[in-house]
Ligand binder design. Structure first.
Ligand SMILES: Cc1cc2nc3c(=O)[nH]c(=O)nc-3n(C[C@H](O)[C@H](O)[C@H](O)COP(=O)(O)O)c2cc1C
Ligand SMILES: [Mn+2]
Length: 511
């Protein structure tokens, strides 16, 4: 790693030990991206109606494309700007968000992320008058959310979506716990915003609990938010864990929160644009469709609950975070999500206490990391691979959506699909090594099942691509170099006129 370490602003160089992040809010993080050449500003006017998303889609057809800050939105009088591809397929931007070194490999980032997500730091209170989000506060008839440039992304979208790169806070009436989720929000009118939570999501569980008491559900939603709160909102944590404390741990300092006016929920003090509102039982409007992370329009247009907006708080010239949903690598839910989900899956397997698990990876090309999980392991006993597959398939971090769960041996790197395809093609005997789980936790957004009403129920295939345990002693050795020969060749690398350092190898031929 050392030879690659170069001076970069705001990160722990050549180290996988994260320090407190050096940014305080989305704006300071954008400056950090700029210093590291990871963002492009577009100052020419761009239309929020399909053109902005088209530019975001076209620029992100390659992996690692820059974030895009659209500084002038055609016809906009609110002065708002729009940030797209804030994280996307860039592991470097993920690293800068949590204070890791961007040169770390994906596997190293997953390991470091597990450490970061163990830390818990409580939020800190900021007085209302000191909170940047209160630069402008609008109440009652002053509120007109339609003035903000909420994008219409795809031609078949059912409306403009003010909430995609958002966070949504709800409180559970029984436990008092505040949940942080990311759920799409279609703009219906000046003070009306649709909220779509799919079954099983905590925002929906909280809402139903309020409604069961005959009371409206209070909501805070932020439409311009820093990268850590945005990333955290898409992770599944237990209903006893504070996602705000986890966000603090990821940043190495407490999330700054201030008080709301109408609801008993906190407001992120440094957010760009926040609404306070109420979801009333029975108040719905037609919502969707939206071009989704699957690469298809998700869900037919159907009634969904509506937030009645009570107050709006925003910074001057707020930066709206807009998350394009598309096929990888254009989807906002990309590298960060794959890294965090993989870290969470490894944590779950650790907690369960199954031995021999080495690594896991939920590749972002598989519908944003939701479609597939590869887990690597050291087989220690008969049935071990089948056990790891079953536990992985249904552990809380992996259960949602995942269709393909693949187990590979310890010599296969789950983040390297050349390796994984090699294992699938040489160690797996489909007639023996596939098992199916049915009626599993999925989403109406998965288009593979008909009739559509069946869709929230999914299915999963468990694929054992480890060497067959029954024959592990006879299984042929992989072709590996003799260590002494490797070392001799590596020492002659430049003498032979070969480029760069020789590849590092860790496994060698055994006599
Ligand atoms: C950009 C983005 C958009 C999302 N849109 C939705 C959505 O519209 N509805 C939904 O239920 N989940 C959506 N998700 C997934 C949830 O945020 C995710 O499942 C998260 O775990 C929800 O929080 P919860 O576990 O506290 O319910 C989205 C995630 C991201 C990153
Ligand atoms: Mn949650």
């Amino acid at each position: 790693m050392e030879e690659q370490a170069i001076e970069r602003a705001g990160v722990a160089v050549g180290s996988n030990v994260a320090r407190p992040v050096t940014w305080r809010d989305l704006r300071e993080w954008i400056v950090l991206l700029e210093t590291n050449g990871l963002i492009k500003r577009i100052d020419k006017p761009v239309d929020a109606d399909e053109e902005l998303a088209a530019i975001a889609y076209l620029t992100t057809r390659r992996e690692g494309a820059p974030a895009l800050l659209f500084e002038t939105i055609a016809g906009d009088r609110s002065g708002a700007r729009v940030l797209a591809n804030m994280l996307g397929s860039s592991k470097e931007r993920y690293a800068l968000a949590v204070g890791l070194d961007p040169v770390l490999s994906i596997g190293e980032m997953i390991a470091a992320t597990r450490d970061l997500m163990q830390r818990r730091i409580k939020p800190v209170a900021v007085a209302k008058d000191d909170a940047p989000v209160n630069e402008v506060v609008l109440r009652g008839d002053e509120i007109d959310l339609t003035q903000f440039p909420a994008p219409k992304f795809w031609p078949g979208d059912g409306g403009r979506y003010i909430g995609t790169g958002d966070i949504t806070l709800t409180r559970n009436p029984d436990t008092g716990r505040v949940n942080v989720g990311c759920y799409r929000q279609m703009l219906h009118g000046p003070r009306r915003v649709g909220l779509y939570c799919s079954p099983g999501k905590h925002g929906l569980i909280d809402r139903e609990a309020w409604w069961a008491r005959g009371k409206p559900c209070e909501v805070i939603a932020a439409y311009g938010i820093d990268p850590v709160l945005f990333m955290l909102a898409a992770q599944v944590f237990g209903i006893k864990e504070s996602e705000l404390d986890v966000a603090g741990g990821l940043m190495g300092r407490g999330v700054e929160l201030t008080e709301a006016e109408h609801v008993n929920l906190p407001i992120p003090a440094n957010a760009e644009l926040v609404i306070e509102g109420l979801l009333h039982p029975g108040d719905t409007e037609e919502e969707g469709p939206l071009g989704e992370f699957t690469g298809y329009y998700g869900r037919e247009r159907a009634p969904q609950p509506v937030i009645e907006v009570k107050a709006v708080h925003h910074r001057r010239s707020p930066i709206l975070t807009a998350a394009l949903m598309a096929k990888y690598p254009s989807c906002e839910i990309g590298a960060y999500y794959a890294i965090m989900r993989s870290a969470r899956i490894l944590d779950d397997l650790d907690r369960i206490g199954v031995s021999g698990v080495i690594g896991a990876y939920a590749h972002p090309a598989a519908a944003s990391g939701w479609g597939m999980v590869v887990v690597s392991m050291q087989q220690q006993y008969a049935g071990h691979a089948a056990q790891v597959l079953a536990l992985t398939a249904q552990c809380p971090a992996a259960a949602y959506y995942t269709k393909w769960i693949i187990a590979v041996d310890e010599d296969v790197d789950p983040t390297d699909f050349n390796d994984v395809l090699w294992a699938l093609s040489t160690r797996c005997h489909p007639a023996e090594d596939f098992d199916i789980l049915r009626n599993t936790w999925s989403t109406g957004l998965d288009p593979s099942q008909y009739p559509p009403e069946l869709r929230p129920y999914g299915s999963k295939v468990l694929i054992n691509a480890c060497k067959p345990h029954r024959h592990i002693k006879q299984f042929p050795q992989a072709t590996l170099l003799r260590q002494s020969t490797y070392e001799r060749a590596a020492a002659r690398w430049s003498e032979l006129g070969l480029d760069g350092p020789p590849p590092k190898l860790t496994a060698f031929h055994k006599e």
